[in-house]
Design a binder for this molecule. Structure first.
Ligand SMILES: [Zn+2]
Ligand SMILES: [Zn+2]
Length: 138
């Protein structure tokens, strides 16, 4: 399990009912939800929570560095609580399932000097695409 709630508490983040619900929705492994998905799940637990509150809360978690924004396709940004362990993503092209993965070797180091064009490179994002076992079996 990711320990998002615990991390937020340790940061001294004031835990209101709304914030707690958003954090609970995002807690776990391989969680990559769009803001609308977070809102839909939050409403199931706390019917009065507004879309604006969910968006603001997600923005605050990102600012704190406890949630990262992930774009694995041209669709909406996704929110990922796995913020402290660098990872890449494996995406099913059919159903959109997303797994956190850790390739062997450092993708940053694998770019040849000749293709760095003098850049000092600070970050790399790799998305592996394919078909998940569920979709392959269907
Ligand atoms: Zn799939
Ligand atoms: Zn992830």
């Amino acid at each position: 399990m990711s320990d998002l709630l615990e991390r937020l508490r340790e940061r001294g983040w004031r835990m209101t009912a709304q914030r707690r619900v958003v954090a609970e929705v995002l807690d776990g492994d391989h969680v990559h939800l769009t803001a609308d998905e977070v809102h839909a799940r939050a409403v199931a637990r706390l019917p009065e929570i507004s879309r604006a509150t969910v968006y603001n809360t997600l923005g605050e978690m990102v600012t704190l560095g406890e949630v990262i924004e992930v774009s694995t396709d041209r669709r909406a940004k996704r929110y990922d609580p796995n913020a402290h362990h660098p990872h890449h993503h494996l995406v099913c092209a059919r159903c959109g399932a997303i797994k956190d993965v850790h390739p062997t070797g450092d993708p940053l180091a694998s770019l040849p000097d000749a293709e760095r064009f003098g850049f000092s490179i600070s970050d790399v994002e790799v998305t592996y695409r394919g078909t998940c076992p569920n979709c392959a079996a269907a």
